[in-house]
Every structure is written in C-alpha cells, then in structure tokens.
Write a protein that binds this ligand. Structure first.
Ligand code: PMP
Length: 393
C-alpha cells in the first residue's frame, strides 16, 4: 500500500522555521510564519480570551457534543461580527476547524454543487488556496492581482480577468489584508470589482483571515458586506486565529449567503453533512470562547481595544520601516510598505537576494519575499532597513 505513496513537498514556511531555530545568531530576525508578535516578541493570549476561558471553565457543566454545525450562538455572533445587522434569513453557517476548515468546507460545498466549477484565485495568493482547490478536485485558475512595480493592486488587469469569468465559476477574494502582498483594493476598486462580479454570475468565496488588522473591524468587513448586499451567492471563510489570537484552538466559521431562505436551508443541510463527513462535530473550546467575548459588552470592548492596539503596532512598524528605507536608499521605492494593510508585505527581492539576507544577515523571509511585518520589533528596524538597502538592487 504505502509503497505507492509519493513524498509530499516540504512546507517552505515550516522548513524555514526549523532553519531559524537552528541559527545560533542572537540578532536573527524571523519574518516568516504569519503570527502576530508583541513588542517583546511573544504571541500573547488576549486578555478577553483569558477572562472568557476562566469563566468557561467555571461555568461549563458538560462537555457533551454540540450540534454538527457547531454552537449556534457562536455562528450567530460571528455572522453579526462580519455582516453587521443584516437580515440573516438567507445566511447558512457552520463552525469549522479554523479558517482553513472554513475554506475547505466552502470549497467542498462548491464541489457538491458544481464539480466542474473553476475557482479563480488572485496571483499571488495564500498557497493553501490552490492546494485545497486541487485536493477537492476543482480546477484552479488565477486572475491578475498584484502590481509589483507599485506594490498596489493591478486593478485594470484584475477587472479584465474577472470580466471573463463564467457563470457557475467561483472567484476567491481576500476580504482584507491580502496574504502575501498586503495590497488591498481601495473603496473605488471594490466598487468596480463587485459591479464586474455582479455581471458575471459567479459565486464569490471571501477569505477573511485578518478581520480587524487593516483599518478596523467594520472597515475591514465593508467590502464583504457590500458583496452580500449586491451578489446572490457569497461564501465567507472566517478565521478566529489571528484576531482572537486563538491559533491552536482552531476556531473558524463558514458563512454562506444564498439567493433566498429556502436555498439557505438546503445549504445549511449540506454544510452540516460536510462537517459530519469530515469530523462530525467541530471543536468547541475556541468557538465558545469567541462567542462569550462577542456576547459580553465588557469582554467585547476589551478584545476590540487590544485588537486595535495590535493593528496600531503593525501600522507603526510599517511607517518606521518605510521611513528607514527611504532614509537609507534616498528613494520612495519602499513607500508601499507604509500604505499596505495587515501583517504582510512582499519585498521585491530576487531569490538570490533573499538567500543573502538569510545567510549573511540572519533575516528570514519566505522565498517569494513575503515579510511578516507583525514579527518585527522597533529595535530590528534599523538593521533590517540597512540589510535590505545593502542587499536588494
Ligand atoms: N486564509 C489565509 C489567507 C491565511 O493566511 C490563513 C492563515 N495562515 C488562513 C486562511 C487560515 O487560518 P487558520 O486555519 O489558521 O485559521
């Protein structure tokens, strides 16, 4: 049996984490894996999470199974967080194993409905998008997205490619804080994107893994909300890993906005079955913690405050790095770092330059130049800027 298996390629991010750990240099800088770090370099348990978990331990009287689609109060609270006070009658939802599980269940839903669907993803995108699309047996194609010259969105290229999408296809969009580039459409761009999608008849899959890390919770949900208001079918994969700092607890939700309440009921049944087939019941601890925070005004305010401090720290690091690079290179070619959103930016560096940064300067970035800005400290910035200015042509 197993002699028929092919070795799987190593995950480049996890391989880099190993190399970083093994590097004895004390001034090494890890800009690899996408986790938030505070000024002390730790990924903290958020205060509201600690408090909610304590309350949960005290008050929980049973660990019996929840529903197959997860705790309904969690799904409702997450739907409210993402969609605001919209009518929920055409929304179906299921708790999932993190944001990855939400994307997986959303794509499996597409496969059940349209096994011949093509899924259009931005070029570039989170590498797991293509991998999951192919694993569920759908066809993956890309649309133009990133303009490497400006560090912004190639909006004309994107619109041209999206105009050619067929009805029955799926278009995957990063709802905010694009991974790996940090380049997000502005309000006018979103308007054009949504108008184009409305003409094609495509179903949209929004990946929301960084809600609250761009401009704020409501601002980051705005494009998704406009899609719900305008388009007949939208799937949203939401992760609680980053914005609740619940990485290992695997909390997430897939929300589906269907054409009407009857269709939403059928979708709900299919999501429930997909959970049943994958793992029966989704994990509850992280989901319930999130639900307790969102449904308690004091905990919610505390969480939202800490999240805005995290966002503020990332934005301050962005500004500091952009300024330090302007000072060292005497040009504005890195100004995009200051205006991009979320944890990531992509350094326009060749594979050779990325290798030199790692070998000679102890600076670890992923092979495509993605940097986790949220992994930096203010003290790292002068050295990082100097290294980039020295190494990158
Ligand atoms: N989508 C994107 C774009 C991501 O970057 C991530 C996390 N790296 C996820 C989804 C999934 O996150 P998780 O499964 O850890 O919640």
């Amino acid at each position: 049996m197993f002699d028929r298996l092919k070795s799987q390629p190593e995950d480049p991010i996890l391989a880099m984490m190993e190399a970083f750990r093994a590097d004895p240099r004390t001034d090494k800088i890890d800009l690899g894996i996408g986790i938030y770090r505070d000024a002390a370099g730790t990924t903290p348990v958020m205060h509201a999470v600690k408090t909610a978990e304590r309350q949960l331990v005290e008050s929980q009287t049973t660990k019996s199974y929840t529903a197959l689609s997860g705790d309904p109060a969690f799904i409702k609270a997450m739907a409210g967080l993402v969609l605001g006070d919209r009518d929920m009658s055409r929304i179906a939802g299921a708790a999932t194993v993190g944001g990855t599980g939400a994307i997986r269940q959303g794509l499996d839903l597409v496969r059940l409905a349209r096994p011949d669907a093509r899924v259009h993803i931005p070029d570039p995108s989170w590498p797991n998008h293509r991998a999951i699309i192919q694993a569920v047996g759908l066809t993956c194609v890309t649309y133009r997205y990133f303009d490497a010259e400006t560090g912004g969105v190639d909006i004309d290229g994107m619109i041209a490619d999206l105009s050619a999408v067929r009805s029955g296809d799926v278009v995957l969009l990063h709802g905010c804080c694009h991974n790996p580039t940090g380049a997000d459409p502005n309000a006018a761009d979103w308007h054009r994107i949504i108008a184009t999608l409305a003409e094609t008849g495509a179903t949209v899959l929004v990946d929301l893994a960084y809600l609250g890390f761009g401009d704020g919770l409501d601002a980051d949900a705005e494009a998704t909300r406009q899609m719900i208001d305008t388009l007949p079918e939208v799937i949203i994969g939401v992760s609680c890993s980053k914005n609740f700092g619940l990485y290992r607890d695997r909390a997430g939700v897939v929300l589906v906005s269907a054409a009407d309440a009857d269709q939403a009921r059928v979708v709900q049944g299919n999501l429930t079955t997909l959970n049943r087939l994958a793992y029966s019941f989704p994990a509850d601890h992280g989901a319930r913690t999130v639900e307790m925070i969102l449904n308690d005004s004091a905990l919610r305010a505390d969480w939202s405050q800490q999240l805005s401090e995290m966002r503020g720290r990332i934005n301050a690091l962005r500004q500091a790095l952009a300024t330090a690079l302007r000072d060292r290179t005497g040009s504005d070619r890195y100004a995009f770092l200051g205006s991009q959103k979320g944890m990531f930016s992509r350094l326009p560096a060749s594979p050779d330059e990325i290798r030199i940064l790692r070998e000679e300067h102890g600076i670890y970035l992923i092979g495509d130049g993605r940097m986790n800005i949220a992994g930096l400290s203010q003290e790292d910035i002068p050295r990082l800027a100097q290294a980039i200015a020295t190494v990158c042509a």
